[in-house]
Design a protein around this ligand. Structure first.
Ligand code: 3EB
Length: 359
């Protein structure tokens, strides 16, 4: 049975079932995570194939964004994208290549990727980005006398500036994680609607981080809020055990997990304060959890189950986080539909694993 599709829906599929999407008009695009990266047979659809390990026993997964809008696929240089009237999902994968000037390969490649994305968004008239996802290898390694995450921050900010975009206040939500190998991968969800940035009162805005964290502050908001198809939606950036601008709970993954969730709760409260009718709830978000050490998974899962107190959609990945002392980072989104778009009417069951209960 095919109920009316929501304007935006997130589905999590085992990567082995990606072929189910063939011929589904509702697919905007997404990202698949496996180690090694699996070659995808996604045709013209914008799907990232990211080299990222899953905790032992978990199957490779794909995150798939769907929309009820009539959609069309396109390409702009190295970007593949798919768009409807109000939403555009795109992705780009670039190998790091050395520029002719003094910039590091990662800095130059990041700047090129973001320049291409902003060009596309200007051409298509999608001026607001709801969310960026950034993945590249060895995020904490130093090269060219600068940590690679910090090189990425320089290239990203230079592209924002080159396109006349603000690098404070009105910036998109994002995450940046270390992958297991390959090039730079960036996925993005953009809209013609107005996106409002949400900051976290417990944290200094990342775009105001002091220079001890790198020569350029990272260009992202703690969350982005939007109203689409009559629903308020919230896209929460990667959230870590940071209060003010400082990392808390060095070496204690359980306490770091609780601090992440306190931060997410504060962002949800701030979003509800801004949009009183929205009613965002911790137990109705879809979560993606990046754990630095696979052996910490059980601890992180337990802390999440205790804090949230209800089964939620949660995907666990093993990835390096952008400060060497951070052991876990959690991102989330809500207000859009979550889960499979249809139910097997003969059994009443959803046809495949789409959500992972915490407990
Ligand atoms: C932090 O709060 C943790 O550079 O795009 C989280 C989310 C982090 C996004 C980014 C980095 C980014 O600073 C790191």
């Amino acid at each position: 049975m095919m109920p009316a599709e929501a304007i935006l829906r997130l589905e999590v599929l085992p990567a082995s079932q990606l072929s189910r999407l063939a011929g589904q008009d509702s697919v905007l695009g997404g990202a698949c995570f496996s180690h090694p990266a699996r070659s995808l047979d996604a045709g013209e659809l914008p799907f990232l194939a990211v080299d990222m390990s899953l905790p032992a026993g978990e199957e490779a997964i794909c995150e798939v964004w769907h929309s009820r809008e009539p959609l069309a696929s396109g390409r702009h240089g190295p970007i593949r994208y798919r768009q409807g009237e109000t939403l555009l999902f795109g992705c780009i994968s670039l190998d790091e290549t050395a520029p002719q000037d003094a910039r590091s390969p990662l800095q130059a490649t990041t700047e090129a990727a973001y320049q291409a994305i902003f060009e596309l968004l200007e051409l298509r008239g999608f001026h607001s980005v709801l969310r960026f996802w950034n993945y590249f290898p060895e995020i904490n390694r130093e090269s060219h006398a600068v940590e690679r995450y910090r090189q990425f921050n320089i290239g990203r900010q230079d592209a924002f500036l080159a396109h006349g975009r603000s690098v404070v206040d009105k910036v998109p939500a994002a995450c940046a994680l270390g992958s297991g190998g390959g090039g730079l991968h960036v996925a993005f969800l953009a809209t013609r609607a107005n996106v409002i940035g949400v900051e976290n009162p417990r944290q200094l805005s990342a775009y105001h981080y002091p220079s001890q964290y790198g020569p350029r502050s990272p260009t992202f908001a703690r969350a982005g809020r939007v109203r689409l198809g009559g629903r308020d939606m919230l896209f929460i950036s990667g959230t870590a055990s940071i209060v003010g601008h400082q990392t808390l709970h060095h070496g204690d993954v359980a306490a770091q997990t609780r601090e992440c969730l306190h931060n997410i709760a504060a962002i949800v409260a701030e979003a509800n304060r801004q949009a009183p009718g929205a009613g965002f709830r911790l137990d109705q978000l879809a979560y993606k959890i990046y754990v630095r050490h696979a052996e910490d998974l059980a601890t992180v899962r337990r802390e999440m189950a205790q804090f949230i107190g209800a089964p939620v959609s949660a995907v666990f990945l093993q990835a390096d986080v952008c400060r060497a002392e951070l052991l876990v980072e959690i991102e989330a989104s809500g207000g859009h539909a979550i889960g499979p778009g249809w139910t097997d009417i003969s059994t009443g069951n959803t046809p495949c694993l789409t959500t992972v209960a915490l407990a």
